[in-house]
Design a binder for this molecule. Structure first.
Ligand SMILES: Cc1ncc(C[n+]2csc(CCOP(=O)(O)OP(=O)(O)O)c2C)c(N)n1
Ligand code: SF4
Length: 350
């Protein structure tokens, strides 16, 4: 049986400003369990890239190993892709980005893939601020290997089988903020209304955009005793703020009430309009962003939304001062400028 979605589409299907229909952003038919949160995230990714009108051939999707890391097979079927080994997505993304800075890099990982075997890779790709969208589909367990607790399972949370988690959980958003990411967000696979603008803003952001999406595993970790179940997340969510995202080139038509919207311009000219809650967080302060996360946790709530944003953050290429021309487009003359240049460079370091 083919895993391709049937090719027929209505001839009048809506096109984005680059002339692509949504179909150009779809992939194969999912083989994940029916109801898995990861499928909802895939669907939001398709919509986000379609509505942002990113040309499919300008996207590279990279992943590790896990049910979550399988999802790039189910979206952006016309884009470049590399399904790497467990926990190694960030280094593959780094290599690709260093060679060709002109593509949009989308890394997809799981909480097992990132918070255990890939922890070293995660910390360094964030610290380097690689220009990529880093999505973790976070279900608190290793879905692909039958539901063992992962390092993001909250202490005391109990999955379908086994004992309550006995160790402190790792909060990847807190780590990403502390490590210097310029864009950190948390959302829920069951809330497309919130997830979609977060993904669009992540696409527009320059530097690493880390997006942790709580994504229930219906087969192994969707019981009421689990803090990553649909019911628990629905009952314990708080949003930092509501916001809308206005991509570059879209006419601004909405009227915003005075004093409530805080517009933040991103590198590419897109705008995030944040409607701040009166009593709440300053998302441009790392210290306050981490404090807001901790304070919400103490009340047994989950903070979602854009948790931290620095639109001025510098990506790896800016930090290293690399050439604007992608390395894979340079010729031998530029790449190998000769012994005299090498000697002069060595001398400059003595
Ligand atoms: C080097 C290595 N160690 C262990 C495994 C077994 N393994 C496969 S997927 C996985 C964890 C997946 O969990 P997660 O990243 O949370 O993804 P999910 O399946 O929950 O979406 C593990 C431990 C492996 N494939 N390779
Ligand atoms: S095992 Fe869990 S994570 Fe994997 S596809 Fe099924 S529901 Fe999703």
């Amino acid at each position: 049986m083919s895993n391709r979605i049937p090719g027929f589409r209505h001839p009048e299907a809506q096109k984005n400003r680059r002339g692509y229909t949504r179909k150009a952003y779809e992939g194969g038919i999912s083989t994940l369990c029916a109801g898995c949160g990861h499928d909802s995230i895939s669907s939001a990714i398709i919509t986000a890239f379609f509505e942002m009108a990113v040309e499919p051939h300008r996207v590279a999707k990279l992943s590790g190993i896990g049910c979550s890391s399988k999802t790039p097979a189910y979206f952006l079927g016309r884009s470049h892709g590399f399904n790497s080994v467990h926990g190694r997505m960030p280094s593959v993304a780094t290599g690709a980005n260093m060679a060709n800075r002109d593509l949009v890099y989308l890394g997809v990982s799981g909480d097992g893939d990132t918070a255990s075997i890939g922890m070293g890779q995660f910390t360094h790709v964030i610290r380097r601020n690689l220009d990529m969208i880093y999505v973790v589909m976070n279900n608190g367990c290793y879905g692909l290997t039958k539901g063992q607790d992962s390092a993001t399972a909250d202490k005391g949370s109990k999955s379908k089988k086994g004992a309550p988690a006995s160790l402190e959980s790792i909060d990847l958003c807190e780590m990403a903020i502390q490590l210097g990411a310029g864009f950190v967000a948390r959302s829920f696979s069951g809330d497309k209304k919130q997830l979609l603008p977060i993904l669009k803003a992540a696409i527009a952001h320059k530097g690493v955009a880390f997006v942790d999406v709580i994504s229930p595993c219906v087969t192994f970790n969707n019981v009421p005793t689990s803090t990553k179940s649909y019911s628990w997340v629905r009952d314990h969510r708080e949003a930092t703020q509501s916001f809308d995202f206005i991509p570059l080139m879209q006419e601004i038509t909405a009227e915003y009430p005075h004093g409530t919207a805080a517009p933040v311009a991103l590198h590419d000219g897109s705008i995030i309009n944040l409607y701040k809650r009166e009593d709440k967080e300053v998302i441009s302060s790392r210290r306050e962003a981490i404090a807001a996360l901790e304070e919400t946790k103490e009340r047994e709530q989950i903070l979602t939304g854009i948790l931290y944003l620095d639109p001025e953050s510098q990506d790896t290429h800016q930090i290293l001062g690399t050439t604007e021309t992608p390395l894979n487009s340079l010729g031998e003359k530029e790449l190998c400028p000769g012994n005299a240049v090498l000697q002069a460079f060595n001398d400059s370091l003595r």
